[in-house]
Design a protein around this ligand. Structure first.
Ligand code: GLU
Length: 422
C-alpha cells in the first residue's frame, strides 16, 4: 500500500475526482462541465478585531459561492484553525450537490474563518462574526446566499449574523441565515436535523439489506452536534451505540453506551469524552473506526478514511455524517469490500433540508410543529435515498457516484433551461 499523499488529503481534489467520474458517465458537454466544476465567486476577507486585551488582530475569512443555478447559495460558516480556501471551495461544491440530491431549491456556498474558537472569548467570537458578516453584507441575503452553522459555529453565531445583516439593511431579516435560535425565527427540529437525517438513511439502508434496528451495532466518530444527536436518536430507536469519539479520543464498549449519560458527561458536566466513567476502552479517535460493526458513522471531519486505512474498516453500512470523511482514493477499497455506502451529500443532507424549511417558515412568517418538520424531512430523505439507490442499481455504479449523478444532472438541466447570460 502506498503512503497517503497530500494530494489525497486535498478535499478539493477529492470532490473534483468524484465530480469527474459522474460528469463522464453523464456525458456532460465540455462547457457545461467547466461551468459546474468551478465556483461562481470567491472572496477573501480580512477581519480586524480588538482582542479582549485591547490588541488588534487580523483574521482571514472566506466565502465561496459555488452555484446559484437552482436558487440562492446555501451553506455553513466554519470557524477552525485549519480552514483553507481549497477546503471552503470543496465544501461549497458539496453544498451544491447536496441541495440538488435532496431537490431543495438552493445552490451551494460555504464560508470559513481561520481561527480557533476554543481560544477566543465569546465577545471576541461575536466581533469576528459581526465583522465577517458586515464585510459580506452585499453577498448575503435571503435570495442571494444564506449561511448556516458548521464546525465551530452555532445558534448564537447565527443570531449575530442575523442581527448584523439586519442592521445593515435596516430591517429585521430572519431568512438571511438558518440554524438560528427558535426565538429568532429558527425552526423546530433544526438542531437534531442532521442526526435525524442520518438515522433515516440508516433505516432505509437496513430495510434494503434486510437487517433489523434492534441491537444493530453503530460506531459514531465525532460528538459535536451531528454525532451526539445521531447517537441520542439512534439509541432511542433501538440501535446499539458501541463506539464513540471526539477530539479528545475514542471509547469502545461492545455492550453499548448509555447515551443520555454520555451526553450529560460531555455537554452537562463539560468533561472529556474518553474519561466517561460509564464503561468502555479508551483509544484514539481513529481507532474506533476499525472495530467490526454494522454501521459506521464518521461524523467528525474530513479525511478520516484514506487509502492508508480503508482496508481496516469492517462495517456493513458506512453512513457519512461529516463532509468528505472518506478520500476519493479510498472509494474503490470501500466499494471492493462490499460496504453499502451512504455518501455525505445524502447522509448529512438532513441539516440543510431543515435549513430550507427554516427559510420557508421565515419567509412566510408561519411556523410549523416539530412533528410537521420531521414528517417533511422523512419524505425528503426517503425519496432521495430511493432515487440514489435506484440509480446506482440500474446503472451499476456505487451509491456515491449515483448521488453525484442525480445531483449534477439536476443542476445541468436547470442550467440549460436558464441558458448562459451574456
Ligand atoms: N453545515 C451544514 C452542512 O454542511 C448545514 C448547511 C446549511 O444548513 O446550510 O450541510
Amino acid at each position: 500500500m502506498s503512503a497517503v499523499t497530500s494530494d489525497e488529503l486535498n478535499v478539493y481534489k477529492s470532490a473534483e475526482a468524484r465530480f469527474e467520474i459522474a460528469a463522464k458517465k453523464l456525458n456532460l458537454e465540455e462547457g457545461i462541465y467547466s461551468y459546474l466544476k468551478y465556483p461562481s465567486k470567491e472572496i477573501t476577507v480580512y477581519i480586524p478585531i480588538a482582542r479582549d486585551n485591547g490588541k488588534v488582530e487580523v483574521f482571514t475569512g472566506y466565502r465561496v459561492l459555488h452555484s446559484s443555478i437552482r436558487g440562492p447559495g446555501k451553506g455553513g460558516i466554519r470557524f477552525a484553525p485549519d480552514v483553507s480556501i481549497d477546503e471552503v471551495r470543496a465544501l461549497a461544491a458539496w453544498m451544491t450537490w447536496k441541495c440538488a440530491v435532496v431537490n431543495i431549491p438552493f445552490g451551494g456556498a460555504k464560508g470559513g474563518v481561520i481561527c480557533d474558537p476554543t481560544k477566543l472569548s465569546k465577545n471576541e467570537l461575536e466581533r469576528i462574526t459581526r465583522r465577517y458578516t458586515a464585510e459580506l453584507s452585499e453577498w448575503f441575503g435571503p435570495e442571494r446566499d444564506v449561511p448556516a452553522p458548521d464546525i465551530g459555529t452555532n445558534e448564537q453565531t447565527m443570531a449575530w449574523v442575523m442581527d448584523t445583516y439586519s442592521m445593515h439593511v435596516r430591517q429585521a431579516t430572519t431568512a438571511v441565515v438558518t440554524g438560528k435560535p427558535l426565538e429568532l425565527g429558527g425552526s423546530q427540529g433544526r438542531k437534531e436535523a442532521t442526526g435525524r437525517g442520518l438515522m433515516m438513511c440508516c433505516d432505509n439502508a437496513l430495510a434494503k439489506l434486510k437487517m433489523k434496528r434492534e441491537g444493530c451495532r453503530v460506531i459514531i466518530q465525532g460528538f459535536g452536534n451531528v454525532g451526539s444527536q445521531a447517537a441520542i436518536l439512534m439509541q432511542e430507536a433501538g440501535y446499539k451505540i458501541i463506539g464513540v469519539a471526539d477530539i479528545h479520543g475514542g471509547l469502545y464498549n461492545d455492550k453499548g453506551f448509555d447515551v443520555p449519560k454520555l451526553v450529560d458527561w460531555v455537554y452537562g458536566q463539560r468533561k472529556p469524552l474518553p474519561e466517561f466513567p460509564g464503561g468502555g476502552d479508551k483509544q484514539t479517535a481513529q481507532e474506533v473506526l476499525f472495530h467490526p460493526t454494522d454501521i459506521l458513522v464518521p461524523a467528525a471531519t474530513e479525511n478520516q478514511i484514506t487509502s492508508g486505512n480503508a482496508n481496516r474498516v469492517e462495517c456493513k453500512i458506512l453512513c457519512e455524517g461529516a463532509n468528505g470523511p472518506t478520500t476519493s482514493h479510498a472509494d474503490k477499497i470501500i466499494e471492493d469490500k462490499g460496504i453499502f455506502i451512504i455518501p455525505d451529500i445524502l447522509g448529512n443532507a438532513g441539516g440543510v433540508t431543515v435549513s430550507y424549511f427554516e427559510w420557508v417558515q421565515d419567509r412566510q412568517g408561519f411556523f410549523w410543529r416539530e412533528s410537521e418538520v420531521n414528517e417533511r424531512l422523512q419524505d425528503v430523505m426517503d425519496q432521495s435515498f430511493e432515487q440514489v439507490v435506484r440509480y446506482a442499481e440500474t446503472h451499476g455504479v456505487n451509491n456515491r457516484i449515483a448521488a453525484y449523478i442525480v445531483a449534477i444532472d439536476r443542476v445541468a438541466r436547470a442550467l440549460k433551461l436558464r441558458g448562459i447570460y451574456a
